[in-house]
Design a protein around this ligand. Structure first.
Ligand code: 5GP
Length: 179
């Protein structure tokens, strides 16, 4: 398959994604029994994963879609610097950050650090895909869909230059092949 100027081949088929997402949902249901977590899916990439995952979760829970703040200048006290769009109170909450893919893990480590410093009860990460470099990082997700090597992937919410988010399967770039 060609997207823009790159070739991609199928990597993780829809059926495998759906099965894994269901398993992750069951783990969360067990781990958070009698809790009421706040899910924070990170836009744009995690919108499809979050929609599928949350339909397997049978806990009382809240969801607030957020974005990384690109500008991290001075913010007034009590305001989040790393995320925008968070309308729920995070004090004493069990937070589950929903990420599409962790590459270096650098972006999320700042988010986790900040959320932990603002009086949350717990902060965990679920990522659909973790790339090899993220395995070396100090901030580790509690839930991981698929561990992959350092390859560029596309589909199921993940884009290449804005394209391909709507694909049902996950594709990987065929190295060296351009359109
Ligand atoms: P990190 O801070 O973990 O290095 O950055 C993770 C972000 O980089 C992801 O949220 C995603 O936007 C982007 N990213 C990293 N690897 C890939 C990839 O293989 N495919 C796509 N589509 N985005 C990626």
């Amino acid at each position: 398959m060609i997207v823009k100027d790159l070739s991609f081949s199928i990597f993780i088929p829809e059926s495998m994604i759906q099965e894994r997402v269901w398993q992750l949902g069951q783990q969360i249901n067990q781990d958070y029994v009698d809790r009421s977590p706040l899910f924070l899916p990170i836009l744009n990439g995690s919108f499809i994963f979050a929609a599928d995952l949350l339909r397997t979760v049978n806990l009382e829970c809240r969801v607030s879609f957020v974005k990384h703040a690109s500008y991290q200048g001075t913010a007034s006290t009590g305001q989040l610097k790393t995320l925008i769009g968070l309308n729920e109170s995070i004090f004493n909450q069990d937070i589950i950050i929903v990420e599409d893919i962790m590459d270096t893990g650098l972006t999320l480590s700042k988010v986790v650090e900040e959320l932990r410093s603002l009086g949350t009860r717990s902060v965990e990460i679920i990522t659909l895909v973790r790339k090899a470099p993220a395995r070396m990082h100090a901030v580790q997700p509690k839930y991981i869909g698929f561990d992959i090597e350092n390859e560029f992937v596309l589909g199921y919410g993940l884009d290449y230059d804005g394209l391909g988010r709507n694909l049902k399967d996950i594709y990987k770039q065929v190295p060296g092949e351009t359109a």
